[in-house]
Design a protein around this ligand. Structure first.
Ligand SMILES: Cc1ncc(COP(=O)(O)O)c(C=O)c1O
Length: 384
């Protein structure tokens, strides 16, 4: 058996969700939204299932969806992608896997910023790559020039950037992105950009894609997910966008991973990208209200939260809150109190930050209120 998998535990999200089910705790751990997503998109999926072909769609995706993705990014991010530069995948996770498998040669080094999404490391290592970790820290989780230079070796070929960053809930500034772009150009690196959270942004701030920075158009793979745009995380419809020479190689990896993605979901996502900008905007406001509700509740009981500019998540800084135990121990106490959250140390492969706990706020008001009530009832134990 391959040790990358045989030595690995269940993901923290699955483990914590299982604890929530077993104990009846309120699950503010795994990132999925309450609610049904846009009705027009659900209806389009149902109609396409009954009325359109259910046989293999084209390997790189329906051309209508590829065009809709390109148009969407032209409208929202000022990009000039052609439909042929978009390859539809079964979720961003497949896009990541296909990208790593297609591009990494054994021994190639990939600069990875911690905290990181837990799929990255095993996928990179299974593709033969070596992760070079850069450790980001609260409260700003920023990336500076010294960190980039410090991670560079003569084997560095790729830089993997998750922006907006799950779990930190930060968005890279134009200045930080320009610094990263210059670094990639100077050292001839390909940037792999996981931008699944690009539309879940708050306070009027807008996501800037690294592929739009000077010198990056030909050396970036931009990865997105309809699951996140329309809060339909179970759908697993994603895509990778990149210049033709890279796209051709990525398509080869995709063709032997999944080959394609359910056609009715592709039709429905096409419809969503073409017609649901208002829903996406309204969802932003709704999620932001959830963030503010949870933040007010947590701060009301004396916990210090970190800024949340994007994603479904808000974090508590235990050290700043005067809590001496680490994030894992705090999450255990939380489960006893009837609430599940995620210890951020789980997002580090080495030298973890251990004083931050992540909560998901895209829940019904009543669910957030009930979780806060349970925490208030256990306040002495939690803060003690
Ligand atoms: C940073 C990041 N990348 C990728 C994914 C997975 O996306 P998908 O469900 O489209 O595979 C997630 C899901 O939470 C995520 O947070």
């Amino acid at each position: 058996m391959n040790p990358i998998y045989s030595g690995m535990g269940t993901t923290i999200f699955e483990a914590m969700s299982a604890r929530a089910r077993a104990t009846g705790a309120i699950n503010l751990g795994q990132g999925f939204a309450d609610g049904r997503g846009p009705e027009a998109v659900l209806q389009a999926a149902a109609t396409a299932l009954l009325e359109k072909s259910n046989q293999y769609p084209p390997m790189p995706g329906l051309i209508e969806l590829r065009q809709a993705v390109a148009d969407h990014y032209a409208r929202h991010q000022g990009l000039n992608l052609a439909a042929e530069e978009v390859i539809v995948t079964s979720g961003a996770t497949e896009a990541l896997a296909a990208t790593f498998l297609a591009l990494i040669e054994p021994g190639d080094e990939v600069i990875c910023f911690q905290p990181l999404y837990d799929a990255y490391v095993p996928l990179i290592e299974r593709a033969g790559g070596v992760c070079r970790f850069v450790r980001l820290e609260p409260p700003h989780w920023g990336i500076d020039a010294a960190m980039l230079e410090g991670a560079l070796t003569d084997k560095t070929r790729f830089l993997l950037l998750c922006n907006p960053l799950n779990p930190a809930a930060t968005m890279s500034s134009a200045e930080e992105l320009a610094r990263i772009a210059d670094f990639c150009v100077a050292h001839d690196l390909i940037a792999i950009c996981d931008e699944v959270w690009e539309h879940v942004t708050f306070d009027g701030a807008r996501h800037l894609p690294l592929i739009g920075f000077p010198g990056m158009r030909e050396r970036t793979v931009k990865i997105g997910s309809a699951g996140k745009i329309f809060a339909l995380t179970g759908w697993k419809v994603g895509w990778m966008c990149t210049a033709p020479p890279i796209a051709r190689v990525l398509a080869k990896a995709h063709q032997f991973l999944t080959f394609t993605t359910p056609p009715n979901l592709q039709w429905a996502v096409t419809e969503g990208l073409q017609t649901q900008d208002a829903w996406v905007q309204e969802a932003r406001h709704r999620f932001q209200a959830g963030r503010d509700r949870l933040k007010a509740g947590l701060e009301g009981m004396g916990l210090v939260t970190l800024p949340s500019a994007a994603t479904y998540f808000l974090s508590v800084d235990l050290a700043a809150s005067g809590i001496a135990i680490d994030d894992v121990a705090f999450c255990e106490k939380l489960i006893d109190a009837g609430v599940v959250a995620i210890p951020v140390s789980a997002f580090y492969a080495e030298r973890p930050v251990t004083n931050v706990v992540r909560f998901c706020f895209v829940k019904e008001d009543a669910t957030l209120d009930a979780a806060l009530e349970r925490m208030r009832a256990a306040r002495e134990t939690l803060l003690g």
